[in-house]
Design a protein around this ligand. Structure first.
Ligand code: ATR
Length: 286
């Protein structure tokens, strides 16, 4: 009888630049598993059919990326509490014929912070951004016992909407919205232990830091979700002030690690994956 490998994949549109196939195929190979991870370009008009195809084709696990993270949700059998709160799914697991939706972005971010030795419980965090990534991080911070959370976003109303949503679900966290402008950031930062950039500012080469280095202090932990370039203008500004930095590669690796654990029950070879990604990103240039 012919043996076929276990098939995993990622749904996105477009999908050409995703690093997930490289990460997961490297992890499968390191465990000697007979499994393959495939990028699937799924047209938004076909997303319902694609989710049903997971069951029909026995795909063991699927990651979901832009623009499908919300669109897949109605077609799944179950959602974890995190996925429900974040309002997006980035990982689907087929188990006993049922499709379960997870969101591993928030936990991926938290693990990258922990890897850098930073603690969230009881801390004050300033989070820049109010998009999908910021929402996943904000929910995870609240679940992990952050004491005070400041939100700042270019479009103020988006930050306000996110703050009211969070306050409704996490009454014990003190949540405030501030302007994404230098005077407000300068007033807020002395009270914050952790600064997180969850906007796309800093992604382009020669882009600016969303926070001038003068407002950063050695006690700050400064995180950027942007991973290309790896040393973003914000992280460079933080290094100049001797602040501890957490780069965006950590969140990428750890969200993948959590998905891999959900699917296989096996550990992700973190150092190997990080080295493989660094090599791939170096090949892409800036
Ligand atoms: P993601 O899912 O990656 O979070 P997104 O939902 O499009 O993507 O969110 C992008 C974030 O980057 C938003 O917070 C956006 O601010 P707006 O809500 O005002 O759009 C922020 N962003 C993008 N470009 C920006 C810029 N040039 N200056 C400031 N913020 C920017």
């Amino acid at each position: 009888m012919l043996h076929s490998p276990a098939v995993y994949g990622i749904f996105g549109y477009p999908i050409g630049h995703s690093l997930s196939p490289l990460m997961h195929n490297t992890a499968f190979a390191s465990h000697g598993m007979d499994a393959v991870y495939v990028p699937f370009a799924v047209d938004p008009a076909q997303i319902e059919t694609a989710v049903h195809a997971i069951r029909a084709l026995h795909l063991q696990g699927v990651n979901v990326t832009i623009p499908h993270k919300q669109a897949v949700m109605p077609w799944l059998d179950e959602l974890t509490p995190e996925a429900r709160l974040i309002g997006a799914v980035n990982t689907i697991h087929l188990q006993d014929g049922r499709l379960r939706g997870y969101n591993t972005d928030g936990i991926g971010f938290l693990r990258s912070l922990e890897e850098a030795g930073a603690e969230v419980t009881g801390q004050t965090v300033l989070l820049l951004g109010a998009g999908g990534a910021a929402r996943a991080i904000a929910v995870q911070l609240c679940l992990s016992g952050v004491q005070r959370l400041y939100l700042a976003n270019r479009t103020h109303s988006r930050a306000r909407d996110l703050a009211s949503f969070l306050q409704e679900h996490f009454a014990h966290v003190e949540i405030s919205v501030i302007a994404l402008e230098e005077p407000a950031l300068a007033t807020c930062l002395p009270q914050a232990n952790i600064l997180v950039n969850a906007t796309s500012v800093g992604m382009q080469p020669h882009d600016v830091s969303p926070v001038p280095s003068i407002h950063l202090q050695p006690w700050h932990v400064v995180c950027d979700i942007v991973y290309h370039p790896r040393d973003t203008p914000l992280l460079q500004a933080a290094q100049r002030q001797s602040a501890r930095t957490v780069d965006g590669l950590g969140m990428l690796v750890h969200q993948g690690a959590k998905a891999f654990e959900i699917w296989t029950g096996l550990p992700f070879p973190i150092p190997l994956i990080r080295a493989t990604l660094l090599e791939a990103l170096a090949g892409r240039g800036t």
